[in-house]
Design a protein around this ligand. Sequence first.
Ligand SMILES: Nc1ncnc2c1ncn2[C@@H]1O[C@H](COP(=O)(O)OP(=O)(O)OP(=O)(O)O)[C@@H](O)[C@H]1O
Ligand SMILES: [Mg+2]
Length: 396
Amino acid sequence: MLSAIIISPDEQFRDATRELLEGSDQIEVRAELNNFYSSLDSWIFNEIKTMEADVIIVDVVPDKEQGILTVEKILEISKHSHIFVAGNGTDADVILRSMRAGAKEFLSTPLESQPLFAAIERVSKVHTVATKEKKRFGKLFTFFSAKGGTGSTVVSTNFAVSLVEQTKKPTILVDLDMQLGEVSLFLGMKPAFNIVDVADNIHRMDEALLKGFIKKHASGLDVLAAPDSLEKVESVGPSQIVQILQFLKNSYEYVVVDTSNTFDDHTVSALDQSSTIFLISNTDLPSLRNAQRCLSIFERMGYKKEKIRLLINRYQKSLEIRTKDIEETLNFPVNWFFPNDWPTIMNAVNSGVPLSTVNHSEIAGSFASFVQQVAGIQPPKQPEKKKKGLLGLFGK
Ligand SMILES: Nc1ncnc2c1ncn2[C@@H]1O[C@H](COP(=O)(O)OP(=O)(O)OP(=O)(O)O)[C@@H](O)[C@H]1O
Ligand SMILES: [Mg+2]
């Protein structure tokens, strides 16, 4: 996956470009800057260097001079990046000067998907050949329970196992419920090391050292466990969590995080860095009320609506509450419903064996389809057409 930064003082341009890029499975937007070089704080500008983005799109329409200066300055600090200049395609002067400044591509505004995707394809080819050892830009999925016990550990562990089984891509599950983490228990594992060991060594971390702290589950999923004693938790600060997650995003295709259901520093660090936050609620009133609170906290934290997906766990079709009622109460669409199936879940939890490996229950099927939706996988072809149950219609 390539990474991109969009630079433009024009919000409409940034929104439109982001939307276009979301239509490509080759690239992910890592940051958006709302000003040119001269008007940005130097530390923000220097972040570009740290991000090592593959593609940086600079919109020079609002100010040609400042735009081209920005291209030059970026290339001084981030030689590896491919700059795409977006500008007026009939202005020969700006095209020439952009290319002289070091831009790889000139794209006429308004941007259109076809030339943009063709340019991305060219970068992608160079990228694959030239940088085999390059860092990844993995996706980070964080699961957060609206209220204690609504199911973030059940959902995150089963999601992560099914994700690695279906995609076969490097995936790690991180237990950030630092005080009462149960991920290893749910997966029937006894890890020798945990996140505190990684935090203590983060200053000298590399892939080989990381491997030593990680336990591999039979499914192929890597697991970074929570500490086994409470005293150790305090030694880990939020900045270490940021560094750990950043490191993992560079090493894995998917980083899945289970959290405690409080907005503590560790959780907020994960929420901030997430590609997607999955907020889990049940259908009882206290849980829905908390979900509502969480959604408004997310809004105050500045998270865009698209970053959040609402999952309803323990859904019972027979109950009075309908999708419409939930969505109206929360003013938010429900992305997925996981059915209520206590015996199956308890059996899986008590035996430490995830659902996908043991059975073909409705809930196991629901996890498999949920993963397909999140990771954009085509579901395997069914031998014969089955009647579509109610759950098959959810999440559409
Ligand atoms: N879909 C489900 N159907 C039936 N029971 C479920 C389902 N999901 C979870 N449970 C039950 O709810 C319990 C709590 O789930 P889980 O531990 O995943 O919640 P949590 O949000 O992580 O809780 P905590 O706040 O303690 O971390 C499980 O042990 C299981 O008994
Ligand atoms: Mg939990």
